[in-house]
Design a protein. Structure first.
Length: 220
């Protein structure tokens, strides 16, 4: 199982966590870099240093971009991608709050094409739910679940179209997982057709301020 790591905490605030992530870089599918709900208005030297260290250690680094479910101006999003590339040399992008219904598909397709045209080698879409089937063809990886462990256990259902996709194209991000159950969360993602996952013990409002214990499990 490959691990997607959104880490939304400043390197100066928690340098130990960033150091642990860098030492585990080769065990990640990718790391999502999010200085300020995007790249911010100016380069952040701490994030630049962390991004460079991650790349040197073998990690793929993705810049966080918020689509606001298709409401945000695509030109602003592509400009933010350019800043991520210029300031942090990201390999691609993590398009958060992507739309999921068919009405948002044309705009999302144009945005992904623009990102590819700017040199994004990896594009991750995160609608957080199973979107209309066409979306999964746009991206290298689609997050089809983001939510709490309680919902993942009780409410998850898998549409038939996902069974035709390679597992490495699908990801589940689960928060609020009791630490002893993290290995179970990883196995469950695999059983549900996802080849990439990110189970964390943290909870709202920012569950992604902690590393998944699954990184340590991967080293055993």
């Amino acid at each position: 199982m490959s691990l997607l790591i959104p880490l939304y905490v400043h390197p100066a605030e928690d340098p130990g966590t960033w150091h642990r992530l860098i030492t585990c870089a080769t065990r990640t599918h990718a790391v999502v870099l999010n200085p300020a709900n995007g790249p911010g208005e100016a380069p952040d030297p701490a994030f630049a240093t962390a991004a460079a260290a991650l790349r040197a250690a073998g990690a793929r680094v993705l810049g966080y971009l918020d689509m606001a479910y298709g409401v945000r101006d695509p030109a602003r999003i592509t400009e933010e991608l350019r800043r991520h590339q210029e300031w942090y040399a990201v390999d691609g992008c993590f398009l958060d709050q992507a739309p999921a219904d068919s009405r948002g598909f044309p705009g999302c397709r144009r945005l992904v094409r623009s990102a590819r045209g700017l040199g994004a080698s990896t594009v991750v879409l995160n609608p957080g739910v199973h979107p209309a089937p066409g979306y999964a063809r746009l991206a290298d990886l689609t997050v089809t679940f983001e939510g709490p462990w309680s919902s993942y256990v009780s409410d998850f259902s898998r549409p038939a179209w996902t069974e035709r996709l390679p597992a490495e194209r699908l990801c589940h991000l689960v928060h609020g997982v009791p630490e002893p159950l993290v290995p179970l969360a990883v196995r469950t993602a695999g059983e549900r057709g996802a080849g990439v996952c990110g189970p964390v013990t943290g909870d709202l409002p920012n569950p992604w301020s902690r590393l998944t214990p699954a990184l340590a499990e991967a080293d055993r």
